[in-house]
Write a protein that binds this ligand. Structure first.
Ligand code: CMP
Length: 140
């Protein structure tokens, strides 16, 4: 079993797509280990995305991710990192495959509805950013 972090981003929360996205998660067979709604401070968003510091989109990414409530969700499934990236589609919705979450709900590369971890190591780090070990469901 592998773990990944989904974040339903502020654009998708304000557009009322939380339920639709959770339905995708469950239809695709992911187990939800933990979930909450929270509004990131600029400081927290900067820290979460620190690997992107210095990239041209960093400031707007931090601004956007702290602009309203988001919903971090810890997910588990065999091959969860690749599987979740398949379900969400490409970063740019214009390039995302039909039926993917970003094709359905993202506006553009920045306001792109959902986050997915890009490696097993980052998935665990990102889950730990939002949830303590004790908050993760033990569904075995
Ligand atoms: P996410 O999966 O959350 O991880 C990094 C985020 O940076 C990515 O989704 C996008 O929202 C954002 N991002 C990546 N590339 C660009 C870009 N070229 N322009 C704007 N935002 C970007």
């Amino acid at each position: 079993m592998e773990r990944t972090l989904c974040i339903i981003k502020p654009d998708a929360v304000s557009a009322g797509n939380v339920g639709n996205i959770i339905a995708h998660i469950q239809k695709e067979g992911f187990r939800i280990l933990a979930m909450r709604m929270t509004t990131l401070s600029k400081k927290s968003a900067s820290k979460f995305y620190e690997v992107h510091q210095g990239r041209p989109f960093y400031d707007s990414l931090v601004e956007f991710m702290s602009s309203g409530p988001c919903v971090p969700i810890a997910l588990e499934k065999d091959n969860a990192i690749a599987e979740w990236r398949r379900v969400i589609g490409s970063t740019d919705p214009a390039e995302a495959a039909a039926g993917t979450i970003r094709k359905l709900y993202a506006k553009n590369k920045g306001e792109n509805a959902v986050h997915g971890s890009d490696s097993v190591e980052n998935g665990l780090r990102e889950i730990a950013f939002f949830f303590t070990e004790g908050e993760l469901a033990d569904l075995a």
